[in-house]
Design a protein around this ligand. Structure first.
Ligand code: NDP
Length: 281
């Protein structure tokens, strides 16, 4: 049976470290980070995410400003707000909760955020910086996976790492971060031939495929480390990942559960980016 990588515990550790760091910032009289969170419309899932982000800011002791905009908000109105926040010295991080309503161009919004305040790490400047190893914000979910591995004592250097998925927010930055840690990285996608065979070579398998429970033990080498980024709500109301946990845990040496694995790390790493915002550039 695999060791469970406890994302709840590790994310709490990180938030507590950040809380102590913010106390230090305050006691030295330095600039306290402040996150501006913008939500357009009232998608219930987004409302939960936004509320969790605000709670996390409160917990670690940084400021937050919240902008809840109507569904009918125009693209120009949103762009103007981003411009104002880019110019607001008090605000050190800006996050637009995605997805935005269909009449707004998501890429344009992401590109309008000042890269120095891009705490989600989605701006092309942040992505480019990640690729060439320059300083910049790391995409939160993949950065969280690296922390899960490191804090569980999993060595990445020299390991065969397979990432299933090549999205801009998970698969691609995940692959680059593993490469940066000196893993030997293979990226799989919907056109990959013999997915099973490729996955079975992995010492570390990161699954971000968006298909409930698709990856079972038959894709996993005995003793591999399995990280499940996927998150889905099943008909019975429970959550599951892209990995068939019951089957996979029999093959893996370490595995992340869903919920309680990668999920809690995303907000913890967002908070890390917020705290680093004042000293990164
Ligand atoms: P996307 O749908 O954007 O990407 C899925 C990727 O999987 C694509 O690259 C696609 O390939 C690939 N893929 C799909 N089907 C197959 C297949 N049969 N064989 C091989 N590859 C396949 O998803 P995201 O990256 O945005 O998210 C992935 C999962 O992670 C989702 O379940 C999402 O809910 C979850 N997620 C969780 C987060 C968290 O905080 N825990 C944060 C973000 C996402 P191709 O490019 O060829 O189409």
């Amino acid at each position: 049976m695999a060791n469970i990588i406890d994302g709840k515990k590790i994310s709490q550790e990180i938030k507590d470290e950040l809380k102590a760091e913010v106390e230090g910032i305050k006691s030295r009289g330095e600039k306290v980070p402040c996150l501006a969170v913008i939500q357009v419309g009232n998608d219930p899932a987004s409302t939960v995410y936004v509320s969790n982000k605000k709670k996390a800011c409160e917990y670690i002791g940084i400021g937050s400003k919240s902008f809840e905009l109507k569904e009918e908000t125009t693209q120009d109105e949103l762009l103007n707000l981003i411009d104002d926040l880019n110019n607001d010295d008090e605000v050190t991080g800006i996050l637009v909760q995605l997805p935005v309503p269909k009449h707004i161009d998501e890429d344009l919004i992401i590109r309008r955020i000042d890269p120095k305040k891009d705490v989600d790490g989605f701006h092309p400047m942040s992505v480019g910086a990640l690729l060439i190893g320059e300083k910049g914000f790391l995409s939160c979910t993949p950065a969280g996976v690296i922390q899960l591995l490191k804090r569980s004592g999993v060595e990445i250097a020299g390991k065969d790492c397979v990432v299933i998925g090549r999205s801009n927010i998970v698969g691609k930055p995940m692959s680059v971060l593993l490469l940066r840690e000196n893993g030997t990285v293979t990226i799989c996608h919907s056109k990959t031939k013999d997915l099973k065979e490729v996955c079975k070579r992995a010492d570390i398998l990161v699954v971000a495929i968006g298909k409930p429970k698709m990856i079972d033990a038959s894709y996993i080498k005995e003793g591999a480390v399995v990280i499940d980024v996927g998150i889905h709500r099943m008909e019975n109301g429970k959550l599951c990942g892209d990995v068939d946990y019951e089957s996979a845990e029999k093959q893996a040496s370490f595995i992340t559960p869903v919920p309680g694995g990668v999920g809690p790390m995303t907000i913890a790493m967002l908070m890390k980016n917020c705290v680093e915002a004042t000293k990164l550039f």
